[in-house]
Design a protein around this ligand. Structure first.
Ligand SMILES: Cc1cc2nc3c(=O)[nH]c(=O)nc-3n(C[C@H](O)[C@H](O)[C@H](O)COP(=O)(O)OP(=O)(O)OC[C@H]3O[C@@H](n4cnc5c(N)ncnc54)[C@H](O)[C@@H]3O)c2cc1C
Length: 405
């Protein structure tokens, strides 16, 4: 039986969710001397492989703290450069990683979670699969988690890493916001195939097309691609009612007049490698991140839309930051210090991505302004120096966490 007084450090933790935040949190907690069990709703190999996800240098910095920065390398394509184009083929700007930072890696989204789980398991962290968390009781000196198979697990604290539709979030704040639809539907894939395009030489090409947005990267053997299609409203029923062939036909129509690799790639895509569409969402402000002995990290607390290319990196950063605070401070002060260290940064990135979403869903007149003005802004504001607040962010694990309560 745990009995943790309010001035004592936590020794055990329950981590709900085995995506990105969960395994990284468990590894960081282990490094902080706190033994964590991870509980994941799905069984291994049953999740989607996912479309391309780029892990940015700041995310790799966070993974380095827990010895996992090399984890994505074998499965990914090194992507040091992003090149932005208009639908007419004009280069609107580039975003280049600073040479001293780890090189961004692009890999299938589902594969990243699998690799991190394998890494955590190899480090001796128990990962329990097929356990869906449903409820928790905070006894005041421990937390008892309840699962859908009627089993329970008790520890000093519970960390909700259960993603954008978090159950834990609703428990600590029944008035917590629901995800916000961005006006864009995302689809794509990651194939062990060139899909008709050549090696992009480490460049992720992004095209603000006339009707929709398209991105692709390839190393000549593997190709990741995605499309963002503007839809004012998009329901689950619409998604279910639209077939694979209809989505391909719609994309062919939307990208028909653009200078991009879209049509070539769509010629080679197969139903097996196609990730079904989903509405892109974010959570601009989750007011409550912790209550008692329960806290949230990752998408459960601060989901950014994919347009930032930062969701997984922020999840890894928050996992490391929370563990550092729990290493040095009693639980209530640790949760406060973690939130103070993280909230402004994550909400700023979420807001930047929301503005990018508006550009992706621009009508014809706004698109003309965008294409005319973007080169001016990109040249000035997306230099490695100007982007360093985002990409060069590092957490100094050795620095003691200070209580600001
Ligand atoms: C189309 C798309 C493209 C993206 N591209 C990028 C990108 O390029 N770069 C980037 O950094 N980010 C990207 N992201 C965002 C990134 O995927 C997320 O930010 C990241 O996965 C968040 O990690 P997480 O661990 O918080 O949540 P998740 O990865 O969602 O993991 C949550 C886990 O919790 C489990 N779970 C949920 N409920 C329960 C429960 N009740 N009990 C037990 N387990 C539960 C789920 O099964 C899941 O495994 C993209 C997202 C999308 C949708």
């Amino acid at each position: 039986m745990n009995d943790l007084r309010s001035n004592e450090r936590a020794r055990t933790a329950i981590v709900i969710g085995g995506g990105v935040a969960g395994p990284v949190a468990a590894l960081a907690l282990q490094k902080a001397g706190i033994q964590a069990h991870v509980f994941e709703a799905y069984r291994p190999g049953t999740g989607s492989r996912g479309g391309p996800l780029t892990l940015a240098s700041n995310g790799l910095n966070a993974l380095r703290v827990v010895g996992a920065d090399q984890v994505p390398a074998g499965a990914g394509i090194a992507t040091p450069r992003m090149m932005i184009h208009s639908g007419s083929g004009k280069v609107l700007g580039t975003v280049e990683s600073a040479t001293e930072l780890p090189v961004n890696m692009t890999l299938p989204r589902g594969r990243l979670a699998e690799l991190l789980q394998e890494h955590a398991a190899a480090a001796g962290i128990p990962i329990v699969y097929g356990k869906r968390f449903v409820d928790a009781v905070d006894t005041g000196h421990s937390v008892i988690a309840q699962f859908d198979d009627h089993t329970t697990h008790e520890a000093d604290l519970l960390i909700g890493c259960d993603g954008i539709r978090s159950t834990v979030r609703g428990l600590i704040d029944p008035a917590a916001p629901n995800p916000r639809y961005t006006g864009l539907v995302g689809l794509g894939g990651f194939s062990d195939d060139a899909l008709g395009v050549g090696d992009t030489g480490g460049v992720f090409h992004m095209v603000f097309g006339r009707e929709a947005f398209f991105g692709h990267v390839s190393d000549g053997r593997r190709t990741g691609w995605f499309a963002n299609l503007p839809f004012k409203r998009f329901t689950r029923e619409q998604m279910r009612a639209t077939t694979y062939e209809q989505w391909i036909a719609l994309m062919r129509k939307l990208f028909a007049n653009d200078e991009s690799a879209a049509l070539r790639i769509l010629d080679h895509v197969t139903p097996e490698s196609f990730i079904p569409p989903s509405p892109l969402e974010d959570l601009p402000h989750v007011p409550v991140w912790s209550k008692g002995r329960i806290a949230l990290i990752g998408d459960a607390a601060h989901a950014t839309s994919p347009s930032s290319g930062q969701g997984a990196s922020l999840a890894a950063e928050s996992a490391v930051e929370l563990a550092r605070c729990l290493r040095d401070l009693p639980v209530p002060q640790a949760f406060k210090a973690y939130e103070q260290a993280r909230r402004d940064r994550v909400e700023r990135i979420i807001a930047v991505a929301a503005r990018t979403n508006q550009s992706k869903a621009a009508g014809p007149i706004a698109a003309r302004f965008r294409d005319a003005l973007m080169p001016f802004f990109m040249e000035r504001f997306t230099t490695p120096e100007k982007m360093s607040w985002q990409y060069a962010h590092t957490i100094d694990w050795d620095e003691p966490a200070a209580s600001r309560v």
